[in-house]
Design a protein around this ligand. Structure first.
Ligand code: AMP
Length: 192
């Protein structure tokens, strides 16, 4: 199995690039933000629980996210592999992911980290706000909080994979196709 963590701050282009990667490599897309938004749309108990955290741009508690991801992995054990998008967002989640994959004799093949400067992230999120309908895209305070949460709680996850020699950084500024080509060559090298 090819199991990729697509990493980067909010607005880095993880969703856009995931869509292209899952198509070309036939992987299962596990995007925790999308899963939470689906639960919110269906007003499930999990959606209600996640809503206040998401609307403020804070992280949903680890145990809730980890349980949701574990269910998705269990449902798709016959897949070619997974692309994790927006997960893991804490070192604790990264550790839990390693353990849950290990239970099935699996592991993370590599992390691909999209690097984008902060002013560009803010500009992209504001542009996306026009059409995304996402409460957390709508104002400067929420956007700033999400970037701060990323810097404080999520960026150490890169170090976690660097220590396992599974980390590749990609410049996330440029054309969508150019960035995809760079990601694709990294992923292809992990397949062999
Ligand atoms: P995203 O769509 O990835 O930007 O995620 C939107 C929001 O969902 C985040 O700001 C968090 O509130 C929540 N969320 C998504 N993934 C996670 C995660 N792995 N851990 C905690 N909260 C998450």
């Amino acid at each position: 199995m090819l199991n990729i963590v697509l990493f980067g701050p909010p607005g880095a282009g993880k969703g856009t690039q995931s869509a292209k990667i899952i198509e070309s490599h036939s992987l299962i897309h596990i995007a925790t933000g999308d899963l939470f938004r689906k639960h919110m749309g269906e007003n499930t108990e999990l959606g209600q629980l996640a809503k206040s955290y998401m609307d403020a741009g804070n992280l949903v508690p680890d145990q809730v996210v980890i349980g949701m991801v574990e269910d998705k992995i269990q449902e798709n054990l016959d897949a070619n592999g997974f692309i994790f998008d927006g997960f893991p967002r804490t070192v604790n989640q990264a550790d839990a992911l390693d353990k849950m994959l290990e239970k099935h004799g699996l592991s993370i093949s590599g992390m691909v980290a999209l690097e984008v400067p902060e002013d560009e992230l803010k500009a992209r999120i504001k542009e996306r706000a026009k059409t995304s309908g996402r409460v957390d895209d709508q104002d400067d305070e929420k956007i700033n909080n999400r970037i701060q949460v990323y810097n404080r709680e999520t960026s150490p996850v890169a170090e976690y994979y660097r220590n396992q020699e599974k980390f590749t950084a990609i410049n996330g500024v440029g054309s969508i196709d150019g960035i995809y080509d760079a990601i694709n060559s990294t992923i292809t090298s992990l397949e062999v």
